[in-house]
Write a protein that binds this ligand. Sequence first.
Ligand code: SF4
Length: 276
Amino acid sequence: MIDLLNEHKSRQNHRYVVGLADGARVESVVYRGDTLCVSSQVGCAVACPFCASGARGFGRNLELPELIGQLDAALDRGHPIARVTLSGVGEPLHNFDHARTFLEHCRARRIKASLTTSGGPLSRLAEALTWHHNGLTLSVHAGTEPTRARLVPNAPSLDGLFGVLTEVVPTLSASKRKKTALAYLLMAGDNDSDAEVDAFAARARALGLTVHLYAYNPVPSSDRKPIARARYDALWARLTARGLRVRMSSTARIEQNGGCGTLVALRTDARAAAAP
Ligand code: SF4
């Protein structure tokens, strides 16, 4: 069903090109030896301008055996996978049924499974927040609507997102709330102004969720720019001072090889389709 075609090793990451039966390709990455990042689609319809995964548009959803196959292939290569995250190429909520079944499959195998989503459609987000998962991270990346629309174009508005979160988060168990997080990927000149970050803090504070503050990994398909380390540290301090619990990027997530937003997909023209 799938074939691991190429591999690239770096200090902490082991990145694979995954060949699919129809000729399409996605990527998966083993972080720190035991955590596998799995792709859910060939390409992505959300079209975030900073991301390599959606740079060629949307091709198709991965079938369930193609999701499970990425896990089995990593195990076959000798990686002792203990955690899986649906955070590779694609928007998992656009492949909703397979994403949910895959998380259940991992749970049945006692492998902790998490996901990252841009949040749409909102009805699916509301349901996914209640799934059994080991972490749901919502990619926000903005404090104002124009920035959100520019950086995460084909996804719900901030008002829509925070509306669902305000409704659902208080109904979750304390343990599930702890595993639900907001992500803010900092890009120089895009979303790193004090005003933008303060607007995000004002929306996020009442929810009490952890914030993952990511540093941008430049990719050849985008002209977005990473921010300087000093500015990253200053914005971490700024958000923290506004009462948020903020975690910095792990070093594995900011490696050029396999870091956030760097995975690519090649689709076969025959299977290319309209966005869901
Ligand atoms: S960042 Fe995520 S949602 Fe945005 S285009 Fe890339 S894979 Fe899709």
